[in-house]
Design a protein around this ligand. Structure first.
Ligand code: GDG
Length: 470
């Protein structure tokens, strides 16, 4: 394989463990090929330099080149806040009610993708393999192809893809999906997402199935498949065993020696089903009195996208629910919910997971949900906790031995949590062993290798499909 070029909205320095498993796994492949990682710097400027393009900031991280550009405030508002997070994020998570279809956003989204293409093109070498990540950059391959780029380009969608009728609600969905078809390989988190894509291109773009993962669509051959992302299990287990991980575990065990701990760790996002989770926990306390003065839920909701209004609404709803549960059920020496709206250091998460009897991972819709996998990796196999997992998380396709729940149904979710709290040791061990085997087999390195292997198999393409006008 030639040099790997990764493109994503934000980049991470793969040498820093705080960056997390995905950055580390991509960093490994980038290291081996002396690769390039390109994205937005995270910085905003008032306007572009007079008559010129945004300057590229280049930094060397070992053998890997990290290249970034700044964005203007106007582009950021339209591309990132408006289109990516105001239209694509809600619609792709099945939340048409939260989408804000402002016509100006799509123009800004396209403008930034064009800027990325113009900036990246001169940095490319002929045998590069390009891997583009996530919904911010769906049109990037089409914009690169329009400039004459002939290298192989793959795309991975980290969030779900809904059925065709939901996608069709996006004004300009045909433009967007044609852009997605300009890649050589498109990867999804789950078989369900992959099926939705196939249905869309068949019904809306008359794609012809060539067998296996190959399609003929818009006069090109496209490969598409499911590549469920994993975590770096070894790295996460090492974090659990590291001094800070152990110290956190001991501290939590001491602090909650008389209680059974439940844990939730999420970005504060409406896709994560946090209010529904609180209602299920309230239902647990109401229906199963023995859990009172015993079960304690630690909910970390790390701040996220606070400039999008739907996020402030969810914050207020969550705060009010936590307040009322603590007010109604709390005792002088027991607070049912400990809710923290802040980011916890990554090194402390494994200890927290390990000290918890139950993890609540109950999104309304999620691409994969890596917290579910992190919880499994951090457990003590001799005395493991139980994963309560939403059937609407991408991870549910793989993690069959979790207790699968419908987060919209507070009563049945409360019953599952109750079951988890009472589960005998032997059953916990059996379920955990099976789950651990699954996440080890399909870890982040497997994910990276299998996507890149498949991308390398795609055939050289004739270029130059006429790119749809917006
Ligand atoms: C998107 C898709 C898909 C969370 N709070 C803290 C913290 N985290 C870390 C977790 C985990 C990551 O963030 C969250 O990953 P998820 O997969 O659960 O969710 P998204 O952020 O929505 O990610 C998702 C993923 O992309 C990858 O493809 O699985 O479906 O939505 O690693 O540990 N980390 C620290 N402090 C926190 O407070 N340090």
């Amino acid at each position: 394989m030639g040099r790997l070029v990764v493109v994503s909205n934000r980049i991470a320095d793969p040498r820093k463990t705080a960056a997390g498993g995905l950055a580390v796994a991509l960093g490994e492949v980038l290291n081996n090929s002396g690769g390039l990682w390109f994205g937005w710097s995270g910085k905003l400027v008032d306007e572009a330099p007079p008559g010129g393009e945004m300057p590229v900031h280049v930094q060397q991280a070992g053998p890997v080149k990290l290249a970034t550009i700044d964005l203007t405030k106007e582009d950021y508002q339209a591309y990132y806040v408006g289109y990516a997070n105001g239209v694509l994020w809600p619609v792709l998570h099945y939340r048409l009610d939260l989408a804000d279809f402002d016509a100006g956003y799509i123009e800004g989204y396209r403008r930034v993708n064009q800027l990325f293409a113009r900036t990246l093109l001169p940095m490319l070498q002929p045998d590069d393999v390009i891997w583009v990540h996530d919904y911010h950059l769906i049109p990037l391959a089409a914009e690169l192809r329009a400039l004459g780029c002939q290298q192989r380009i793959g795309f991975f969608l980290h969030i779900p893809l809904p059925p065709p009728l939901i996608l069709a609600a996006i004004p300009g969905h045909d433009w967007l999906m044609k852009g997605l078809c300009s890649y050589d390989l498109v990867g999804f988190q789950s078989h369900a997402d992959h099926e939705h894509f196939c249905h869309y291109i068949e019904s809306e773009a008359h794609a012809q199935h060539l067998g296996d993962d190959r399609w003929r669509v818009f006069n090109r051959t496209l490969h598409a498949g499911a590549f469920p992302i994993g975590i770096d299990v070894q790295e996460f287990q090492a974090l659990a065993e590291a001094p800070e991980g152990r110290e956190m575990y001991e501290r939590m065990r001491r602090e909650y020696s008389r209680r059974k701990l439940l844990v939730g760790v999420d970005r504060l996002d409406y896709s994560k089903g946090l209010p529904q989770r609180m209602r299920a926990f309230r239902e647990l306390l109401a229906r199963y009195p023995e859990t009172r003065n015993s079960a304690t839920l630690i909910q970390i909701a790390s701040p996220s996208r606070e400039d999008v209004s739907a996020y402030t609404d969810i914050l207020h709803e969550l705060e009010s629910l936590c307040g009322s549960i603590n007010g109604n059920y709390g005792e002088l020496d027991w607070m049912p919910v400990r809710y923290m709206h802040r980011t916890v250091a990554r090194s402390r998460l494994p200890g927290l997971y390990r000290a918890s009897r139950v993890a609540l991972v109950t999104p309304l819709r999620d691409g994969m949900n890596l917290v579910a996998k992190e919880f499994i990796a951090a457990q003590d196999p001799a005395d493991p906790g139980v994963l309560v997992l939403s059937r609407f998380a991408g991870a549910a396709e793989q993690l069959k031995e979790a207790l699968l729940v419908n987060p919209y149904d507070a009563e049945s979710t409360a019953a599952a949590i109750h079951l988890a709290l009472q589960m005998p040791l032997e059953e916990r061990q059996q379920r955990h062993q099976a789950l651990l085997t699954t996440i080890k087999k399909s870890d982040v390195h497997w994910w990276c290798d299998s996507f890149l292997h498949q991308l390398a198999q795609t055939e050289a393409q004739e270029t130059g499909t006429p790119w749809l006008r917006l």
